[in-house]
Design a protein around this ligand. Structure first.
Ligand code: AMP
Length: 543
């Protein structure tokens, strides 16, 4: 017997058509370089995305050709998010925070054919222009400046429109987009998403038990659109007719809060370092901003500190913790309390909410040590492995290595975690960051989390430093809040009741800022370069 269901492909065309047909009045708001707000209706967005698809097709784009973007988050990037895939092209979002040399490597590796670039990013493009070979470079004029010679003007490029455009036949397994991993350990690796994986992932993000975007909510897309598809938000938000707000090039706390207030944002997503800045601004002037009651901030990309979650709660803002990676589209887990856990005491609820959570629907997850699943005892550590319809099974033009993929086809994430009896996963470290002291593992994330709970500490990052007897010992790098002070002894006293004695950092380094990587996460590799041989003389010892 066969099912009677239609063999109907899961493609982005449906998402775009739904947005254009049913939500033409919904708004897309973008912050421009001059700080003004650009407003576009979904109706215009729909016409312009199709006009872009038609223009690319006229320019000779063939199925599977890569169209790169070097853009901030705004309306034109959203048009590319849809216009490129529905023309059967592959959207390759370039991370504008990478070194120009690295961008050139990625462009050449992906064999990108066209580039769409913001005018304000042309100086960046010029830095790698001689090393790449785009057939056409299309410039989005966010400022009033004219398009320089030798480039296509985006508005002129799409001006003929797309009314007569017919979608090419797209198979759901056809590629839709690609992103490169941040490549902190070796060359960046290309992950290629399909229409099917993107549709399934986006629908999953929209579930109430995952991120959930109720209609009527306004969504501020802070995750850079070059960072794993802005975590899938542009796709699902568009399909659901959600009002979308984009920050353009402005990521300072003031600009973010201003957008949240003006547009009455209900949901936003970003990395912890971003939210830390927002929290500090709110705590400085709690009465200044009139934010929407019930504002929810999705936090992921690195671990959400418990102190930050509690502090936001006190302001009536909810943090929702999620985990993922470029290879997982990215949503792998989300930490929402099961209904029966809502009854737990406050501390227990926080202990679960700060975990990375339960696997997303359709994601299979296991935590492995010595080729066996670890027991769900919340303390045995192992590496997270995942598989599912939106998990990458390899890398573009790269042979799969056993370090990255298990013989039975699971993605080895490199994240070390424990799992509890309810199935909640808690990441204790990246495998390359975990501190191996005397044959036992110390979680740098746990130490950071506790240290950031100290009232004087704004930011903390913990790294391993070599030790003659114990192999490695923890060193904490601390940024104090303005006007606050704390000594190594006071920090050690604060940690002492919370962690085993042998976890206490051997040294503390006080600094003005912790270096951040291209997606805003703490850059531990840089800290290891700076302090990996031990603390400089200005540092203090304690423990
Ligand atoms: P990327 O591919 O650049 O998004 O980086 C993915 C990595 O970021 C993961 O493998 C984790 O190490 C880390 N990561 C992402 N989300 C979280 C989280 N919620 N908690 C801890 N680490 C995270």
């Amino acid at each position: 017997m066969r099912s009677t269901m239609m063999d109907y492909p899961l493609t982005l065309v449906r998402f775009l058509e739904r947005a254009g047909r049913y939500f033409p009045d919904t708004e897309i708001v973008s912050r421009m370089p001059d700080k003004s707000l650009h407003r576009e209706s979904y109706g215009d967005f729909y016409r312009r995305a199709r006009a872009l698809a038609a223009a690319l097709t006229r320019a000779g784009l063939k199925k599977g050709d890569r169209v790169a973007t070097l853009m901030w988050n705004h309306y034109a990037h959203l048009e590319a998010y849809f216009g490129v895939p529905v023309s059967a092209g592959v959207l390759h979002t370039l991370n504008l925070r990478l070194h120009p040399q690295e961008i050139a490597y990625i462009v050449n590796h992906a064999e990108d054919r066209f580039l769409i670039v913001d005018d304000i990013l042309l100086p960046l493009y010029e830095q790698f222009r001689s090393q790449v070979n785009f057939e056409r470079v299309i410039v989005v004029r966010l400022t009033g400046n004219p398009t320089p010679d030798g480039f296509d003007d985006y508005e002129k490029f799409i001006a003929p429109g797309g009314d007569a455009f017919t979608y090419p036949t797209i198979d759901e397994k056809d590629p839709l987009g690609m992103c490169y991993t941040s490549g902190t350990t070796g060359k960046p690796l290309g992950v290629v998403y399909s229409h099917r994986s993107t549709v399934l992932h986006a629908m999953n993000v929209g579930l109430a038990d995952a991120i959930g975007t109720p209609s009527g909510t306004t969504y501020l897309t802070l995750v850079p659109m070059f960072h794993v598809n802005a975590w899938g938000a542009p796709y699902i938000n568009t399909a659901l007719g959600i009002k979308q707000v984009f920050p353009g090039p402005y990521y300072d706390a003031e600009s973010i809060l201003d957008l949240m207030e003006r547009e009455q944002v209900g949901l936003a997503a970003g990395v912890p370092t971003l939210w830390m800045g927002v929290l500090q601004a709110l705590e400085r002037e709690p009465k200044r901003w009139r934010l929407l009651p019930g504002l929810t901030l999705v936090v992921g990309g690195s671990a959400a500190p418990e102190a930050m979650m509690r502090a936001f709660d006190r302001l009536g803002i909810t943090l929702l913790h999620a985990w993922g990676m470029t290879e997982t589209s990215p949503m792998g887990t989300v930490s929402r309390l099961k209904p029966k856990l809502e009854k737990l005491g406050e501390d227990q609820r926080y202990a679960i909410r700060v975990k990375q959570g339960l696997p997303a629907l359709l994601v299979e997850l296991r935590v492995m040590a010595n080729d066996k699943e670890v027991p769900p005892d919340d303390q045995t550590m192992g590496e997270i492995e995942v598989r599912g319809p939106f998990i990458s099974g390899g890398y573009y033009k790269t042979a799969p290595s056993p370090e990255k993929f298990s013989p039975d086809g699971w993605l080895r994430t490199g994240d070390i975690a424990v799992v509890d009896a309810e199935g909640y996963v808690k990441i204790v470290d990246r495998s390359k960051d975990v501190i191996k002291s005397g044959g036992e593992w110390i979680s740098s994330l746990d130490l950071e989390n506790f240290l950031m709970g100290h009232p004087a500490v704004a930011e903390a990052a913990v790294i391993a430093v070599p030790h003659p007897k114990w192999d490695e010992r923890p060193l904490a790098v601390i940024v104090l809040k303005p006007g606050q002070s704390a000594t190594p002894e006071q920090l050690a006293e604060f940690l002492r009741p919370k962690v085993p004695k042998w976890w206490l950092p051997d040294a503390y380094v006080f600094t003005d800022a912790i270096p951040r990587g291209s997606t805003g996460k703490f850059l531990k590799s840089r800290l290891r370069d700076l302090y990996g041989k031990g603390a400089p003389s200005a540092a203090g010892k304690a423990g």
